[in-house]
Design a protein around this ligand. Structure first.
Ligand SMILES: *[C@@H]1O[C@H](CO)[C@@H](O)[C@H](O)[C@H]1NC(C)=O
Ligand SMILES: *[C@@H]1O[C@H](CO)[C@@H](O)[C@H](O)[C@H]1NC(C)=O
Ligand SMILES: *[C@@H]1O[C@H](CO)[C@@H](O)[C@H](O)[C@H]1NC(C)=O
Ligand SMILES: *[C@@H]1O[C@H](CO)[C@@H](O)[C@H](O)[C@H]1NC(C)=O
Ligand SMILES: *[C@@H]1O[C@H](CO)[C@@H](O)[C@H](O)[C@H]1NC(C)=O
Ligand SMILES: *[C@@H]1O[C@H](CO)[C@@H](O)[C@H](O)[C@H]1NC(C)=O
Ligand SMILES: *[C@@H]1O[C@H](CO)[C@@H](O)[C@H](O)[C@H]1NC(C)=O
Ligand SMILES: *[C@@H]1O[C@H](CO)[C@@H](O)[C@H](O)[C@H]1NC(C)=O
Ligand SMILES: *[C@@H]1O[C@H](CO)[C@@H](O)[C@H](O)[C@H]1NC(C)=O
Ligand SMILES: *[C@@H]1O[C@H](CO)[C@@H](O)[C@H](O)[C@H]1NC(C)=O
Ligand SMILES: *[C@@H]1O[C@H](CO)[C@@H](O)[C@H](O)[C@H]1NC(C)=O
Length: 787
């Protein structure tokens, strides 16, 4: 059979971290022991373990942590709260030799696999050369599969514990990054689960629980003694989503000086939502505060939002850590309140910062206490918060469940299979003209790949990466199906986005492909006789509207940053071994968007006066290249709600609980009730309040998986309500012709709430609507006043 020629254009849009150059070669590994309270270890240090009550397992973690802290003098205490090597921004606690307490580097990362960023973790020796590199979170998010997020977390923590046993990793990982992609120009979009607060929150809960939970002990009466597999950290708190933006003029805005102007409504409704879910439902053991200011106050010095919200209101069981050098940033760059370094140090400690990634605490805390700016008991409290986490991790006592994990648990066949599955689940089919895909391996025995990153390796693992077990490049993957003709033409004219265009500390200025890349695609599309498939590696919006329209481009796949197995996933999708089911976790705006709204506008709702079009699928009502949640399949799915409607009745005890000032367009519609809405905090809600069954049918000819996405709309006419809000999703696999019923158990208070202009969370009475595909389900909320 004569071979048809198809041209594949992997356009690889690379972003790498600016941290990649850092190396901790100078630091000895602090993990040269099995666990702290090892009797043999104490004996070898000529110390008598019974002298140290913090090693007494019969005592509570709080008592042990307090004993340890009480055993230190102030100088020693300060040295445990940040880096002792001035000028560096790590978080190496010095330890106290006379107490047998070793040094500990708090900073490890595991955004999408154990990473070398931070210095708490390294790769080396004969045993641990590499770890499994999963897709970046923007891809995993696109899978809309909470089980997958939890499995990835579990697998990473198993590899981390094995590496810890071998002396190569810490136990405290400052991941995930759950800031919302408010604006697609943000250089760190690839690190996050996208623009939707609920998706980001559900991602955080599952990834964090995957990392942290010890099987069988997921919940505990005393969360402060609940054991941890490894410790996760939700960051960066809060409204942190500008890195380095260059305006069309010469003005620049960087994250260290940036003052986010945020309404309390946006804060409650959007920016804080994923963090609230991460702390309350994920029971995360750490939160990191961000560099930026919020309405004039540096995030790490904001006592109301840190101590008040995170610790007191949300009841964090763990520690709050600064982004690296935040205190120095407050003092030097922000010059907040004209504070001296010592005063800035006091401010953040009073605000509830327990650990400094940086050297200000180690340098200045002692003086801060001596000057009376803070009490020594404030320092003690911070230390106790930190040590309880290390106690829960088994740093002092070991953990028999994990102490036997070894190199065979890292880069195992199963772990790499999960990375490949994640890459397949997280790719999104954007165009498929005339069912051009999948290609039949029988028909297409020879294919051409054009583009410099056809042989992509490092590009696929993005930033906050480690050393991957291996790479399956697109060429490697496609070779398994067909003879590959690798044309390097175009190598020097067009290389796609890379760290020159988007990265940490560097935002994008627009959505166009740089250089001659558009020209290259057009040229290839013009001359190709076979189907043309464009594969895009990027975090989000690229201006491809002409290729979407073009009759010469047959299919477009968004491949994101798919991790070490990415090329395999691309090939499996192109040749139909896997039917794509991913959906975009961000809106793809048209290219004009960047000229309609500055990156620094924090408001989600449109602003008619300034002509701002609004942000994200929840508030942007303009045209898009692709909507949030868009994604094609090689088959088709249809939906129907099983129940015809839902009635939710909530008791309201007295008139005071009613909030009767909702802004309705048409007053008549609002003459509902004696009680127009009730404060969510006053109501009694559970996950079963709204029980919805959706019947999903695969009406096409191929087996495939579909992410069933359930949206909610507020009662009609409610001014300021989101266009719609994703409330739940579930990815299901269906054979051709098969039907399944998917059940959603929704908490009305959490998912049907409306946030008023004054930032009150209320549940409006009346007819809400649930949407799935083109199907609608009325949900009547009835607020019943008790007599
Ligand atoms: C680890 O411990 C061994 C034996 O106690 C010692 O010889 C070695 O120097 C230590 N290594 C480091 C990096 O501290
Ligand atoms: C412990 O004591 C022994 C005997 O006095 C001495 O040889 C050894 O060097 C000491 N070890 C340490 C770590 O101080
Ligand atoms: C604190 O302990 C260290 C030893 O770890 C000692 O060198 C220092 O003198 C002590 N400081 C005070 C004020 O006692
Ligand atoms: C902050 O944003 C609001 C609108 O949300 C605007 O009225 C106000 O002027 C802004 N303040 C500053 C300092 O930019
Ligand atoms: C790792 O652990 C497994 C299971 O406990 C064991 O079979 C294997 O021999 C160990 N491998 C190494 C390199 O120690
Ligand atoms: C792809 O890259 C690998 C490793 O960098 C190299 O060995 C191989 O020759 C490359 N393949 C092609 C077709 O260039
Ligand atoms: C990114 O691509 C541009 C060309 O578009 C090139 O000049 C630059 O060197 C590349 N940057 C890196 C870090 O590879
Ligand atoms: C592609 O073909 C169209 C229509 O023939 C032509 O207008 C265009 O210039 C061609 N583009 C390139 C880059 O060759
Ligand atoms: C970019 O967008 C503009 C309109 O928004 C469109 O005219 C142009 O064709 C697009 N470019 C590409 C390469 O799709
Ligand atoms: C979209 O929102 C803007 C700003 O609020 C409003 O002026 C416009 O009428 C809306 N357009 C549509 C189609 O709803
Ligand atoms: C969701 O992810 C899990 C874990 O990878 C996987 O076993 C399951 O098949 C996925 N669900 C669907 C419908 O793809």
């Amino acid at each position: 059979m004569a071979s048809s020629l198809s041209s594949l254009l992997p356009l690889l849009l690379l972003s790498l971290t600016s941290f990649a150059a850092l190396s901790l070669a100078d630091y000895p590994l602090p993990y040269n022991f099995t666990h702290v309270c090892d009797a043999k270890r104490y004996a070898s240090l000529n110390l008598s373990i019974p002298d140290f009550a913090f090693c007494d397992k019969s005592l509570s973690y709080y008592v042990r942590a307090k004993n340890l802290v009480d055993s230190m003098n102030l100088t020693e205490k300060a040295k445990q709260l940040g880096n002792n090597n001035n000028g560096e921004w790590y978080a190496v606690a010095a330890g106290v030799p006379r107490l047998g307490l070793p040094a500990y580097n708090w900073w490890s990362e595991a955004l999408h696999g154990v990473s070398y960023i931070g210095g708490g973790t390294s790769f080396g020796g004969p045993d641990v050369k590499a770890a499994t590199s999963f897709p970046l979170p923007i891809n995993s998010a696109a899978a809309f599969n909470a089980t997958l997020w939890r499995e990835i977390g579990k697998t990473i923590s198993t590899e981390a514990r094995a590496m810890n046993n071998l002396g190569f990793a810490g136990l405290t990982f400052w991941s995930p990054n759950i800031n919302l992609v408010r604006d697609p120009r943000w250089g760190r979009a690839l690190e996050t689960p996208g623009e939707c607060p609920t998706t980001a929150g559900i991602y955080a809960i599952n990834f964090v629980r995957g990392l942290q939970d010890v099987e069988g002990q997921e919940h505990s009466n005393d969360p402060n003694s609940r054991p941890l597999k490894v410790s996760a950290c939700c960051k960066h708190y809060a409204a942190y989503d500008v890195d380095y933006w260059r305006t069309t003029g010469s003005m620049t805005v960087d994250r260290f000086h940036y003052d986010a102007n945020v309404t309390e409504r946006d804060m409650v409704e959007s920016y804080l939502k994923p963090f609230e879910m991460c702390v309350k439902e994920g029971d995360v053991s750490s939160v990191m505060c961000s560099y930026n200011k919020i309405n004039g106050v540096p995030a790490c010095a904001d006592g109301r939002r840190m101590r008040g919200t995170i610790r007191d209101e949300w009841d964090l069981h763990g520690y709050v850590v600064s982004d690296c050098d935040s205190i120095k940033t407050i003092f030097e760059k922000q010059q907040w309140l004209d504070d001296t370094a010592i005063e800035a140090t006091a401010q953040v400690m009073r605000a509830g910062l327990d650990l400094d990634c940086g050297w200000y605490y180690a340098q200045y805390l002692e003086e801060t206490v001596k000057k009376g700016l803070i009490k020594e008991s404030d320092v003690d409290e911070a230390l106790i918060n930190n040590y309880i986490v290390l106690l829960r991790l088994g740093w002092f006592d070991g953990n028999p469940l994990y102490d036997n994990l070894n190199a065979s648990n890292v880069c195992s066949v199963d772990n790499m299979k999960l990375a490949a599955s994640a890459a397949r689940q997280g790719m999104v089919l954007l165009k498929n003209k005339g069912d051009a895909l999948p290609l039949s391996p029988q028909k297409f025995k020879r294919i051409a790949i054009v583009g410099p990153h056809a042989n992509a390796t490092e590009v696929m693992i993005g930033n906050y990466n480690g050393v991957p077990c291996r790479y399956i490049s697109p060429i490697d993957g496609l070779k398994k199906y067909a003879e590959v003709d690798y044309k390097c033409r175009g190598c020097r004219c067009a290389v796609g986005l890379n760290l020159t265009y988007e990265r940490e500390d560097w935002d994008r200025t627009g959505f166009d492909l740089p250089g001659y890349q558009n020209h290259l695609i057009e040229t290839v599309a013009n001359v190709s006789k076979g189907p043309v498939v464009v594969v895009i590696f990027s975090s989000g919006t690229i201006n491809i509207s002409s290729f979407v329209k073009s009759g010469d481009v047959d299919a477009i796949i968004w491949a994101g940053y798919p991790g070490q197995e990415g090329g395999q996933a691309v090939a499996d999708i192109i040749f139909g071994a896997y039917n794509p089911g991913g959906r975009l976790p961000v809106t793809w705006y048209p290219s004009e968007y960047t000229s309609q709204i500055p990156e620094t506008s924090q408001q989600f709702r449109p602003n008619d006066e300034l002509g701002y079009p609004g942000r994200t699928y929840r508030f942007y009502n303009g045209t898009t290249q692709f909507d949030f949640g868009y994604g094609l399949s090689y088959t088709k799915f249809s939906y129907s709600f099983v129940n015809p409607n839902v009635l939710v009745t909530k008791n309201v005890n007295n008139a005071r609980q009613c909030y009767n000032f909702l802004p309705f367009e048409d007053k008549q519609l609002t003459d509902v009730p004696a009680c127009q809405s009730a404060l969510v905090s006053d109501l009694d809600c559970t996950a079963g309040d709204v029980s919805v069954q959706v019947s999903v049918t695969n009406v096409g000819k191929l087996d495939g998986s579909d992410a069933v996405m359930l949206y909610a709309k507020q009662p009609q006419g409610l001014i300021g309500a989101p266009i719609k809000d994703l409330v739940a999703f579930e990815r299901v696999f269906l054979k051709a012709g098969e039907s399944k019923v998917v059940s959603f158990e929704i908490d009305a208070c959490k998912r049907l709430a409306f946030v008023t202009e004054s930032a009150q969370e209320v549940l409006p009475q009346g007819e809400h609507t649930l949407l799935v595909g083109d199907q609608k389900l009325p949900v009547y909320v009835h607020l019943q006043k008790e007599v």
